[in-house]
Design a protein around this ligand. Sequence first.
Ligand code: SAM
Length: 293
Amino acid sequence: MDCRGRLLLPQNATAWRAGPAVTVSRSYVPVTANYHDRVAPPAGDVDYEAHGDGYAVQRRADPRIAAAVLSALGAARTVLNVGAGAGSYEPTDRYVVAVEPSAAMRAQRPPERVPAIDAVAESLPFDDDAFDAAMACSTLHQWRDLDRGLAELRRVTRGPIAIFTYDPDTLGRFWLADYAPEVIQAERRRQPPIARLVAAFGEGTEVCRIPVPADCLDGFKEAYFARPESFLDEAVRRSQSSWSFVEPAVQQRATARLRADLASGAWDERYGALRTQPELDGSLRLVVAPPKR
Ligand SMILES: C[S@@+](CC[C@H](N)C(=O)[O-])C[C@H]1O[C@@H](n2cnc3c(N)ncnc32)[C@H](O)[C@@H]1O
């Protein structure tokens, strides 16, 4: 795999031991009603029917990150994308099946993308080993039952599984933590520890650091490490779900302080070197589970 990042050893891979492993029953029965209808919407921890408007404009696939995801999919001909949203990072040269539980997100898929199936990671309506490879980008932190979702991904995929996620242990290093610590804390609580993913997929799972380009097209928080003014734009913040976990007053306080520091030059005094830094060694990770043995 060439993920253009640095390969990390799966340190602590066995350290995460919160509960028993999920057993995927052989007698798996495809759902007839939607899983999320039975557990009450939304399917994840964010209501995209209320907050998803404009997501596809702010969160476009970045070609440098896409290259790493595509490389991890190897020679797969059939690819499942779970938590597919508007279709970012879906390959265009393979047979893709997309799963996305939010109608607001499915509606933002451009016409050149396949329509997405209304289902959730925790109950994938596919046969065992149905796909050559699978991918899940910026979505794990929203799943209601991570272990069940990962077990389902593994069940339906015979080849590699590429997961684009964020290392919660490094999120606090980002300068935004000085302005909106509550937002970073909310994000840290949601993002699963990388060791938990490695433990779930087992031996052979690889973890790569993916550098964040300074002009990153995918507007997650660290994408704007060199463009602090972007956080003053409400549309940018709305496409970053962890802002929805804090009170409006917190957003107002954080943006007012940032605006004042940008006007006075205080931000540039402290962090101005970032404006010309080509990439950030931040929290972005690509976790790649090996093919089934
Ligand atoms: C931040 S968006 C990422 C979308 C897309 N993968 C991307 O990279 O732009 C997270 C997506 O995960 C979806 N999601 C939330 N809970 C889910 C679940 N339990 N199973 C599958 N997808 C889920 C949301 O509806 C949302 O579209």
